[in-house]
Design a protein around this ligand. Structure first.
Ligand code: COA
Length: 330
């Protein structure tokens, strides 16, 4: 009995923020942003759309595209770094309610941009142990409220969006999640962090005045560790599974920065035609980045049942993860 990624869906907010829009609020240029990051635009959720709202819309699409109904779902997991509420309820609880899924276990995963691949690992274990049969996993992010729009080093990078998948059971290894590697190292915590509004620097006026609620990042250092880790991750998972890069149908890297993707792709000799790029239009959507990318490949007709995907991601924590997934959907 194997776990299988049976369907994919995403939701993209309507509002587009272009590089030109950033030229009006910080000292930057379209040329600088495109050259350093490859990002041209990103989506921003509406004031009345919280993370659970966009997550639920992605979830509903993934359910519609599967061969199950919402009543068949027995576990809901949401990965996010921008939950609706800091402590409770979990965003997974709210997504369940908004998608009409009742009386099932629901919880959030906190692994920043690696969240979707972390959820694959959890869902695979639940399915293969026989504990659950149909799991909804949602990567959903409304990152815009966590952004300091006067910090040009971070504000241009991130966007809002959501992606979801149904993980079910299969007897056929040709449509199975073959392997997931996930890891973390807290020694890098300060390089990419939202310091405030947790238990360490609570949401008090003095901490908010110091802007501790916003994302802080040492971009250059994050960049170097990201390239190194993403590359090593891929080499390790291919070697462990005795698979060569020629056998991969789609390389789906975390969409943080085009230069990072290209550095990893070139080191591993992956052809661009087999790589998914969405960073140009969405920026970095953290835990939503990989499912949104898979969704776009699916909608473009680039993903067929049985295709072998290689997922590779990296994020705050630091966390990192990779996965070999044969697509189990139609
Ligand atoms: N527009 C114009 N100039 C900018 C800028 C912007 N938006 N952001 C930073 N700069 C400036 C810096 O202030 C610095 O100026 P200085 O030399 O006068 O001090 C200069 O550009 C170079 O800064 P640096 O940070 O060295 O640039 P970089 O080439 O490393 O690019 C990032 C910056 C953020 C694009 C890059 O480091 C990056 O993408 N890092 C990884 C980020 C990431 O992916 N994080 C999420 C991981 S999940």
């Amino acid at each position: 009995m194997y776990a299988s990624l049976k369907s994919i869906g995403s939701f993209v907010p309507k509002k587009i923020m272009t590089n030109k829009d950033f030229e009006k609020i910080v000292d930057t240029s379209d040329e600088w942003i495109v050259q350093r990051t490859g990002i041209k635009e990103r989506r921003i959720a509406a004031d009345d759309q919280a993370t659970s709202d966009i997550g639920a819309l992605a979830a509903i699409k993934a359910i519609e595209r599967s061969n199950i109904s919402k009543e068949d779902i027995d576990l809901v997991i949401c990965a996010t770094l921008s939950p609706d509420h800091l402590a409770m309820p979990s965003t997974a609880c709210l997504i369940s309610q908004k998608a009409g899924i009742r009386n099932v276990m629901a919880f959030d995963v906190s692994a920043a941009c690696s969240g979707f691949v972390y959820m694959l690992s959890i869902a695979k274990a639940f399915i293969e142990s026989g504990a659950k049969k149909n799991i909804l996993i949602v990567g959903a992010e409304k990152i815009s409220p966590l952004i300091d729009y006067s910090d040009r080093g971070t504000c241009i990078l991130f966007g809002d969006g959501a992606g979801a998948a149904i993980i079910g059971v299969t007897q056929d290894k040709n449509e199975a999640i073959l392997d997931v590697h996930a890891s973390a190292d807290g020694k890098y915590a300060d390089l990419l962090i939202t310091p405030g509004c947790g238990s360490k620097y609570p949401c008090r006026a003095e901490n908010v005045n110091d802007k501790l609620q916003y994302i802080k990042m040492s971009g250059n250092e994050v960049y170097k560790v990201a390239v190194r880790t993403l590359t090593k991750d891929v080499v390790d998972i291919l070697k462990t599974n005795g698979i060569t890069s020629n056998e991969i149908d789609l390389f789906v890297p975390h969409q943080a920065n085009l230069r990072i993707i290209e550095a990893v792709r070139n080191k591993l000799n992956f052809p661009a035609e087999k790589t998914i790029f969405t960073v140009e239009k969405y920026g970095n959507t953290s835990a939503a980045s990989i499912p949104m990318a898979i969704n776009d490949a699916y909608e473009e007709g680039r993903l067929k049942k049985g295709d072998l995907m290689l997922l590779d991601t990296f994020g705050g924590g630091f966390t990192w993860a990779s996965a070999l997934v044969r697509f189990g959907g139609n």
